[in-house]
Design a protein around this ligand. Structure first.
Ligand SMILES: [Zn+2]
Ligand SMILES: [Zn+2]
Length: 292
């Protein structure tokens, strides 16, 4: 993934980055690292619109997001012009990792399924996909995931577990809080429980982002809500707070309840040449496999 100078400031050379991204459609490139979060966020917001960023013109050809980087705020970009659209950025990654305990003595080995952020904690680049790795230890066979981050930074099981436990604690507190307040939970149709959880989490973590909210929902197994937020994030250039996500889920539940034009998220019809076509209902936004 490109020549990125990690650890030092990456001096923006947007024409060069844009060219490399055009040559590798769908792949994320580190465009720049800004000392301030505000600058990074502003640049990431302007790139998709090519607003004062002529290297990324015309508007709509690029996606961008800002993320924490060891030297400040990184801006990552990818070229998305043309069809089919690349899959939206995942809101979480799930891996099976080895847990050998935190204590000094050897306590044996456990395999833990962790759901963590989709970005490298060092540079904000996308994390790699896990592949199964089977190994033998103490007379037993185990399967874990191994992955390589395209940025080249190594994710250690220890730090991934710590990240997971940090969010698992927040999830536990949010679940308790949501349960205490269940009587006053606003009606969000099929997403009432998810909205209550996000509201509780947002009150515990000031400035909670929608992406982090989706991560909590994913950890809870609320994959449908987490996926829909992930999708909406892509259309909003990856900027949405957890509170805005509660609004979005409430509106989506209402739109689904009111939709009478589709059959459980599918719009089926017979085209002029006699073929049966099944499309995704744009109002309900359920995952459907189009029947060709
Ligand atoms: Zn990295
Ligand atoms: Zn519908």
């Amino acid at each position: 993934m490109g020549r990125t100078r990690i650890g030092r400031r990456v001096v923006p050379n947007h024409p060069d980055v844009a060219q490399r991204a055009r040559d590798a459609r769908g792949e994320w490139f580190l465009a720049a690292v800004y000392p301030s979060f505000a600058s990074g966020r502003s640049v990431a917001a302007r790139i998709p619109r090519a607003d004062l960023m002529p290297a990324y013109a015309p508007a709509g050809d690029f996606e961008a997001y800002e993320a924490r980087h060891d030297a400040g705020t990184a801006v990552w970009v990818r070229y998305i012009a043309g069809l089919p659209k690349p899959a939206p950025r995942p809101s979480t990654m799930t891996y099976r990792v080895c847990d050998r305990g935190n204590g000094p003595g050897y306590t044996g080995l456990r395999i833990v399924m962790v759901t963590v952020a989709p970005e490298c904690p060092v540079c904000g680049g996308p994390r790699g996909e896990g592949t199964s790795y089977r190994f033998h230890e103490d007379g037993d066979w185990f399967v874990v995931d191994r992955w390589t981050n395209p940025c080249g930074h190594l994710d250690e099981y220890r730090t991934v577990l710590a990240e997971y436990r940090h969010w698992a604690q927040i999830l536990e507190k949010a679940e308790r809080k949501a349960a205490e307040r269940s009587a006053e939970a606003p009606d969000a149709g099929e997403f009432t429980a998810e909205v209550a959880l996000l509201k509780a989490a947002a009150s515990l973590v000031p400035g909670l982002q929608a992406r982090q909210g989706a991560q909590l929902l994913g950890m809870q197994g609320q994959d449908e809500a987490a996926r829909r937020i992930g999708e909406e994030l892509a259309t909003r250039s990856y900027r949405m707070s957890a509170r805005q996500a509660t609004q979005f889920l409430t509106e989506l539940a209402a739109a689904r309840a009111a939709c009478h034009t589709c059959d459980d998220g599918r719009i089926n019809y017979r085209s002029r040449d006699g073929e049966f076509v099944s499309l995704r209902c744009p109002r309900c936004r359920r995952d459907v496999i189009p029947v060709a």
